[in-house]
Design a protein around this ligand. Sequence first.
Ligand code: ZN
Length: 273
Amino acid sequence: MNIILGIIIFMLGACLGGVFVNLFESDYNTSILKFKVCCPHCKHKFKLIDAIPIFSYIISDGKCKYCGKSIGIKSLWIEVCTGALLTLGYFSMGINFKLVTTFQLIKLIEFLCMFITLIIISNIDLKIHRINKKILLFGIVAQAAINVYYYLNIEITNFSYYRYVLYLIMTISLFVLDIIYQKRIASNSYVIDIVLLLTYIITTIEYELFIVVLLNTLVLSLFNKLFNKVDYIKNDSTDILKEVEQKKINVGFWLCINTIIISIIENYLMYVL
Ligand SMILES: [Zn+2]
């Protein structure tokens, strides 16, 4: 039973990953509502059978059925990783569906909202080096709704609402700061976006674990920079555009992935062990 459930959750996660890759590979301005799953090269709309994650990739040998161009191993990796993370995330909550409580269900919804928010943000950051604020806003609103539940059941949840109110005030101030910045400079500030992302992340995990996420991100970002440099020297490129590209570090991506992994470990230690 658990294996079947695991496979279903893995496929759902892989679908999620596949849709996001396709969404942002093709055109990141497309609205999610208008979005169609299509080939990133010829834009041919995929049928349902072409869009099954991993399975379609293996059958078509990683090539588009309509134009024959390669879809890229990166999308397969993202599908596999998203599927694996969601499966691990689910099992780390130690839920037994015969004895499930409302509190456990709320915890599961909380994890799912955080997972979806951070996976989308990390994919967009990897692709265009930007934090998508609409998705972030979704995460903030979902977390706020869940925190209202925790507050109403404070005797079970032990929810420290004064800390949360402080973060909420910070988030609103940052949004205002961001609007002012955008009006003055007419462009996005990656730093403000990262601070906004941080204030969201701190509402989803424990304070001590937040420090771990920060430290991990710092180390991985340094590796990211080092790796970029080596790559740049190896390629011996004189392209200025490429040089600019090399300087970018996907801090947002590392923050999101670290938060997901650390909260899975936290849940496992809390609910399973
Ligand atoms: Zn194609």
